[in-house]
Design a protein around this ligand. Structure first.
Ligand code: HEC
Length: 657
C-alpha cells in the first residue's frame, strides 16, 4: 500500500499492537552509522509513521562510553569472532537489567571481571533495549480457582520422554498421526519476556505447561489457554527441560530443573513453592544445560561448564573443570553420589606463551540428559571434548555408570585426542588453545535405548561429527555398527537429539554451512531412518540448501534441534524456522509450518519466532509444544512457545436440524 524509507536504519524487529481499536505496527530499527543505537517506529499509515518516531536513542556513538567499552572488551567475540556468541542485534533485544546481570553474576562474569560496576552499567545501557525487563509483569493471570490438582503426564517426562530417552510417543498417549496431521493448527502462543533464545523444553501435566527462560523465570501456564497460574524466579537462566514428576505417597507432583549457576530445584507443581534447592556444581564455571533425569526417587544431574570461554583470557590457568553426573535424592535434594568424567586435574606445564600454568585433564562435559537402562541398573551419558592437553580417554565418549553408586561400568570413546576451547577461535588470544586443537566433536545429543523387533536392546548415540554409533549394552558397549550421515562440524552433524521406534532410529543432520569444514565433503542436512539391527538405510529425506537473500539461516534447513516421533510421524524443527512432520515409514514430508513471523501472543506484544534449535517438540494428547527462536551462531532470534492442537471436530447438535 505504501512505503516508508528509513534511510540509514536496519529493521530488526516487526510487531503489531492494538491501540484505540486499531492495529498499529511497531518497527524496531538499528542505526547503520551508529551501531548500537536503536529506534522504535510506530506505523499505522505512512503519514502516521513519520509523525511517530518513538524512543529514538541518541545517534552519536562516539560520546557513548558504553559503546566504546563494547568495542574494546566485547566486539572481538560478539561481532562474528566467536560464532556461538549472540550477535549484537540479539544482545540488543535483552533488557538493560538482563545485560547487567549477565556481566555481574551471569555467563559473562569472567569476561567482565576487569570492569568496574560503573563500566558494566554503561555497557548494559548501551546494549540493553529496555530500561526494565518486561519479565516482571503478569498480564494474563488465570482465574486460579479453575485448575485442580495436576496429574503428572505418563507420556512425557523431562527431555527424552521415557527412561530410554527415546523422545517417542505412541497411540496410548497421543492421537496425532499421518491421517490427521493436516488438522494440526496453532492454538496459542506465549511470548517469553526479555529473551531471544527460548531453550527450556516445556514440561506438561494434566492441566499445565511449565517453561523456564533466559531471565530465570519458570512459568506455569494453562495448557489449553496459556493463562498464567504462577511463576518462580530461579537464580539464573534455565536451559534445561522442566521435568514433571509423578506424585509419591502423600505428595503432590514436583517440577525438577536446573539453572546456569548449576543449582538444581524441586518445586511443588500446583503452587510453585520451592521444595528444595541444591548447588550441584563443584567449579566456579560449572553450568547445567543438559536436563536432569528423574528415575525411581532419584535425580541424575549432568554437569557442563562455561570454562571453554574462560580460556580465552590468556591469563586464565586452563583448565580445571570436570564433567560429571551427580545423583540427588528426589524428596530432599540430598547428594547420593558424584562421578567425574576425568581424573583430578594436575599442573602439567605452561600455556603456549609460557606465562600461565596449564592444567589437565579437564572438560569432557555432559551436555545431554542421562539415559536410564532399568534392566542393567545403569545410566548412559555422552561427553564432550577435553579443554586442555593431555586429553583423557573419556572425552567424546559414551559412558555407562551404575545407578546405585555412580561407578563407571564402561567407556566407549568415539574419538580420541579431541582437546579444544574457545581460545582456538579468537585471533591473538590463542595462548590457551590446545596444541593441536581438536575438532570439538561432542556428543550433544542424548544416547537413546531402543529395542529390535526380537527384543534385543541397542544403545544409539549421535555425534557432532555426523557419525551415528550403535552400541551393545549387553556387552559393555561394544560397537555393533557405525554410519557417517553428515559432514559434521562444531554445530553438528547430529547436534541435540535422536528419536526412534521398535527396530528403527531416526537421525537428524544439521550440517549448517556455518560449520567449519575440514574437507570438501558435501553438506547433507536432513533426516535418515536406519534399521536398528545393522544400520542399513530405510529411507533418507535430504533437505536442500537454497540461495536466498533473506537472513542466511532462512535458507538453511539444518535439523539441529532434537526431533520427536509420534505414532507414524517424525517431527523436526529447522534452523530456517520451519517445523516439519515426516512420515516415519517413508520419509515423505507431510506437513510444515513456518514459525518465523510475528504472533498475537496471550501475553506480550513482542512475539516473534526464529530458528528452532536445541530442544524439540513435546507431544501429548492432541497437542504439540515447541519453542522458536535462537540467538547463537548468528541464527534467527525469537521468543515464543508455540502450542499446536488438532482442530476440534464440530460438535453435533442434539436437538436436530
Ligand atoms: C571470549 C568471547 C566473548 C567475550 C570477550 C564476550 N562475550 Fe559475551 N558471550 C560470548 C558467548 C560465547 C556467549 C554465549 C554463551 C552461552 O550462552 O553459553 C555470550 C553471551 C553474552 C550475553 C548473553 C547472556 C544471555 O542471557 O543470553 C551477553 C549479554 C553478553 N555476552 C555480553 C557481553 C559483553 C557486554 C561483553 C563485553 C564486556 C562480552 N559479552 C564479552 C562470548 C564472549
Amino acid at each position: 500500500l505504501w512505503t516508508v524509507a528509513a534511510d540509514g536504519f536496519i529493521v530488526q524487529f516487526v510487531n503489531t499492537v492494538s491501540a484505540g481499536g486499531r492495529k498499529i505496527g511497531m518497527v524496531s530499527m538499528a542505526n547503520n552509522r551508529a551501531p548500537g543505537r536503536t529506534a522504535v517506529l510506530a506505523v499505522h499509515s505512512a503519514a502516521f509513521a513519520l509523525a511517530c518516531l518513538v524512543d529514538a536513542a541518541p545517534l552519536d556513538a562516539e560520546d557513548d562510553p558504553g559503546a566504546a567499552l563494547y568495542q574494546r572488551h566485547c566486539a572481538a567475540c560478539h561481532e562474528g569472532g566467536v560464532a556461538e556468541a549472540p550477535s549484537r542485534a540479539a544482545l540488543e533485544r535483552l533488557s538493560i537489567d538482563a545485560v547487567y546481570a549477565a556481566l555481574t553474576d551471569g555467563i559473562m562474569q569472567s569476561q567482565a571481571a576487569a570492569l568496574s560496576d560503573t563500566e558494566r552499567q554503561q555497557l548494559a545501557s548501551a546494549l540493553g533495549q529496555r530500561r526494565h525487563g518486561a519479565a516482571n509483569t503478569v498480564v494474563n493471570a488465570c482465574d486460579t480457582t479453575v485448575a485442580g490438582e495436576s496429574k503428572a503426564s505418563l507420556s512425557w517426562q523431562g527431555w527424552g520422554a521415557d527412561a530410554g530417552n527415546t523422545r517417542s510417543v505412541d497411540g496410548r498417549f497421543s492421537s496425532i498421526n499421518v491421517s490427521n496431521v493436516d488438522a494440526l493448527e496453532l492454538s496459542w502462543v506465549f511470548a517469553i519476556p526479555d529473551g531471544s533464545r527460548p531453550r527450556s523444553q516445556p514440561g506438561i501435566d494434566s492441566h499445565r505447561v511449565y517453561l523456564g527462560s533466559q531471565s530465570g523465570i519458570v512459568y506455569a501456564l494453562d495448557r489449553y489457554s496459556g493463562c498464567e497460574y504462577w511463576r518462580f524466579e530461579a537464580a539464573a537462566e534455565v536451559r534445561t527441560a522442566i521435568s514433571v514428576v509423578a506424585p509419591r505417597e502423600g505428595e503432590g507432583s514436583s517440577l525438577v530443573f536446573a539453572d546456569m549457576d548449576a543449582q538444581v530445584y524441586a518445586l511443588d507443581a500446583d503452587s510453585g513453592e520451592i521444595r528444595w534447592r541444591v548447588s550441584a556444581g563443584d567449579h566456579p564455571a560449572a553450568t547445567i544445560t543438559g536436563s536432569p533425569k528423574v528415575h525411581d526417587g532419584r535425580v541424575f544431574v549432568p554437569l557442563s561448564s562455561s570454562e571453554v570461554l574462560s580460556a580465552v583470557d590468556p591469563a586464565y590457568p586452563c583448565c580445571s573443570f570436570r564433567g560429571g553426573v551427580v545423583a540427588l535424592d528426589l524428596s530432599s535434594g540430598r547428594e547420593l553420589w558424584r562421578t567425574h568424567t576425568v581424573a583430578q586435574p594436575q599442573n602439567v606445564g605452561k600455556s603456549r606463551n609460557g606465562a600461565t600454568a596449564r592444567w589437565a585433564p579437564s572438560g569432557a562435559p555432559v551436555w545431554n540428559s542421562p539415559t536410564i537402562d532399568v534392566d542393567r541398573e545403569l545410566l548412559y551419558v555422552g561427553t564432550g571434548e577435553n579443554y586442555s592437553r593431555p586429553a583423557s580417554d573419556t572425552s567424546d565418549a559414551i559412558i555407562a555408570l551404575s545407578l546405585d553408586d555412580g561407578e563407571i561400568a564402561w567407556v566407549h570413546q568415539a574419538r580420541a585426542e579431541d582437546a579444544w576451547n574457545v581460545a582456538c577461535l579468537v585471533e591473538d588470544r590463542r595462548d590457551n588453545c590446545p596444541d593441536p586443537p581438536g575438532p570439538d566433536f561432542d556428543f550433544g545429543a542424548q544416547p537413546i535405548l531402543l529395542h529390535t523387533p526380537g527384543g534385543e536392546d541397542v544403545l544409539v548415540a549421535g555425534q557432532k561429527s555426523g557419525d551415528v554409533y550403535a552400541l551393545d549394552p549387553a556387552r559393555d558397549g561394544r560397537l555393533l555398527w557405525h554410519k557417517k550421515l553428515g559432514h559434521g562440524g562444531f554445530n553438528g552433524g547430529v547436534h541435540w537429539g535422536l528419536t526412534g521406534g521398535v527396530g528403527v532410529v531416526y537421525v537428524p543432520i544439521s550440517d549448517s554451512p556455518h560449520n567449519e569444514h575440514s574437507d570438501k565433503a558435501p553438506l547433507r542436512p536432513g533426516l535418515t531412518a536406519l534399521n536398528l539391527e545393522d544400520g542399513s538405510q530405510r529411507w533418507q529425506h535430504r533437505l536442500s540448501i537454497t540461495a536466498c537473500d533473506e537472513h542466511d539461516y532462512r535458507c538453511y534447513p539444518s535439523l539441529s534441534a532434537a526431533p520427536t516421533r509420534v505414532n507414524d510421524l517424525v517431527f523436526a524443527g529447522g534452523l530456517d524456522g520451519f517445523l516439519q512432520a515426516f512420515s516415519a515409514d517413508t520419509g515423505e514430508l507431510l506437513w510444515r509450518f513456518d514459525t518465523v513471523r510475528p504472533y498475537d501472543a496471550v501475553n506480550l506484544s513482542e512475539a516473534v519466532g526464529g530458528s528452532i534449535d536445541s530442544d524439540g517438540p513435546v507431544i501429548d494428547g492432541d497437542q504439540l509444544f515447541i519453542n522458536s527462536g535462537y540467538d547463537k551462531f548468528g541464527e534467527i532470534p525469537g521468543n515464543v512457545l508455540l502450542v499446536f492442537r488438532l482442530a476440534q471436530e464440530p460438535e453435533l447438535k442434539e436437538d436436530g436440524p
